[in-house]
Design a protein around this ligand. Structure first.
Ligand code: GMT
Length: 378
């Protein structure tokens, strides 16, 4: 198949999944065209069958705001037409579901129908999508997609709960490429971070409010009271400044490292003992899955799709959102019991293997085929 993929090309989970999906499909012989405003972060090397089309976001003095949506729609029309694409798969509903619908309509005036599939990733449904500034268009354009997928059952159910969606939503879980995400031997690196063999707790996110980075620091504060330990904070975003202030206030700076955005996450996970994910909302928790693939148990909340990834009492523990004490207690329980910790490490890996990319790619392929068969020319 010739498939166009639209996503946010940044470090966010939806962009990561879209990019890995495209690379994986290309390896299976499909021709993949990424259409984004910047080269996707994980599309770093040349790959056969992979093409990249940059959306022109140049400005005009009249425009106070960029006209990205129109530029993207025009680019989609162009790429579908000249590269002869079979379908468009867009990731994150805002604005991609609506933009792909416009492109579809434009193409239809030339007698060409390109089916569109929208994958719902999380905050496009659970947060931003519900804002009245977006809601009507999100709902309309979801219903106009030829196919709709969600990355967890929880997200599917929430979509039905919050929106009037009149079509079936297929659940296709996020996945992991074990060629990349596996435990590496990075002992020298571990020694540099924790010279006395202190346990290392890790958090990876884009530091938005929904990630509750303050809770990560408060959990660490409780753990740190009981045993020497270190915390790695990976990623960047609007909450970083607040997080830094809290570290200073709690006098934890010596034991916390802010590493900013990192490409080789797997190397940092390789030296981690626990992964902390105290999110208020999480449709799936790809960062947690990546940690599990590197044998790192998860201390998380029970928000959204985390229940479908992290198994309480086996691969980690789940607590109510905001229950810092419980998360700290669970972390200490594992850190104080090396046998238990190593059992959880094995369980985490085993569970992660269920989300191996090789299990998930055929699901997308089968879904594409069913959408192509059923596409109604409207
Ligand atoms: O919230 C983020 O970290 C980014 C966001 C996105 O859409 O780019 O992530 C969402 O999609 C990921 C990939 O499907 C999921 O694993 C995350 O759980 C989800 N984030 C939230 O629901 C908050």
């Amino acid at each position: 198949m010739k498939i166009g993929i639209v996503c946010y090309p940044t470090y966010g989970g939806s962009g990561v999944i879209a990019t890995e999906l495209g690379i994986g499909l290309a390896k299976r012989g499909h021709e993949i065209h990424f259409i984004t405003y910047k080269r996707p972060a994980r599309l770093s090397h040349f790959q056969a069958n992979v093409f990249y089309h940059e959306v022109d976001t140049s400005s005009y003095p009249l425009f106070e705001y960029t006209t990205y949506d129109s530029a993207l729609a025009s680019k989609l029309v162009d790429v579908v037409k000249y590269e002869n694409l079979d379908l468009l798969h867009v990731h994150y509903a805002i604005p991609h579901a609506m933009v792909s619908y416009i492109a579809k309509k434009v193409l239809l005036t030339e007698g060409r129908y390109v089916p569109t599939i929208t994958t719902l990733h999380g905050t496009d449904i659970t947060l931003v999508g519900q804002h009245r500034a977006f809601r009507p268009v999100v709902e309309f354009s979801m219903n106009k997609s030829d196919g709709l997928t969600a990355v967890s059952k929880s997200l599917r159910d929430q979509t039905y709960e919050y929106f009037n969606v009149n079509k079936e939503i297929e659940v296709v879980y996020n996945f992991i490429d074990f060629e990349r995400f596996k435990k590496h031997d990075k002992d020298h690196f571990k020694k540099a971070i924790a010279p006395l063999g202190e346990p290392i707790l890790t958090h990876v996110s884009n530091f938005r409010k929904v990630k509750r980075v303050d809770d990560v620091i408060r959990v660490f504060h409780e753990v740190r009271k009981e045993m020497p330990s270190k915390l790695l904070l990976i990623g960047d975003g609007p909450e970083r400044r607040n997080a830094e202030s809290l570290c200073r206030k709690l006098e934890l700076c010596h034991d916390i490292r802010f590493l900013g955005k990192q490409d080789a996450i797997e190397e940092l996970l390789a030296v981690s003992d626990l992964f902390i994910m105290p999110s208020a909302k999480e449709s799936f928790g790809l960062a947690a899955l990546e940690a599990m693939a590197c044998e790192v148990p998860i201390i998380s909340t029970n928000a959204g799709g985390l229940l479908e990834v992290n198994t309480h009492g086996q691969t980690g523990f789940l607590s109510e959102v905001g229950d810092v004490e419980d998360m700290a207690r669970n972390a200490l329980n594992l850190l104080r019991n090396p046998d238990l910790l190593s059992r959880f490490r094995e369980n985490a890996l085993q569970r992660a293997q269920e989300f191996d990319i090789s299990n998930i790619l055929p699901k997308y392929e089968a879904y594409y085929e069913s959408v192509l068969r059923a596409a109604v020319y409207t």
